[in-house]
Ligand binder design. Structure first.
Ligand code: SF4
Length: 97
């Protein structure tokens, strides 16, 4: 049976940790400007309206996202914060009563 050199194991764990840390840092930065509904083909996977969404021209394909990823994408979504808060309060009322 082959044994693992503890020093080599530690070295590899540190290397893997460094790699995943860099990926996580990049993801955190990108999440601030890139919409989570935009796939790698710049297609929109959201089921709600958005001013950046354009038809692809092909029925079987997802709509195209025209966002340049330089804006806070959350302002593009057609949400009504006051409605969300009202619904949240309503649901809490049901849960308690
Ligand atoms: S069209 Fe709007 S919701 Fe869809 S991926 Fe682009 S920014 Fe996101």
């Amino acid at each position: 049976m082959q044994t693992i050199d503890p020093a080599e194991f530690e070295k590899r764990v540190k290397r893997i940790t460094a790699i995943f840390s860099q990926i996580a840092e990049h993801s955190d930065k990108q999440a601030l400007i890139r919409c989570p509904y935009k796939n790698r083909h710049s297609q929109c996977t959201a089921k709600f309206g958005c001013r950046f969404k354009r038809p692809s021209g092909v029925d079987s394909e997802l709509p195209i996202c025209t966002s340049d990823d330089q804006l806070d994408y959350r302002s593009a979504w057609e949400s009504k914060p006051e409605s969300v808060n009202a619904m949240r309060a309503q649901l809490r009322g049901r849960a308690c009563g």
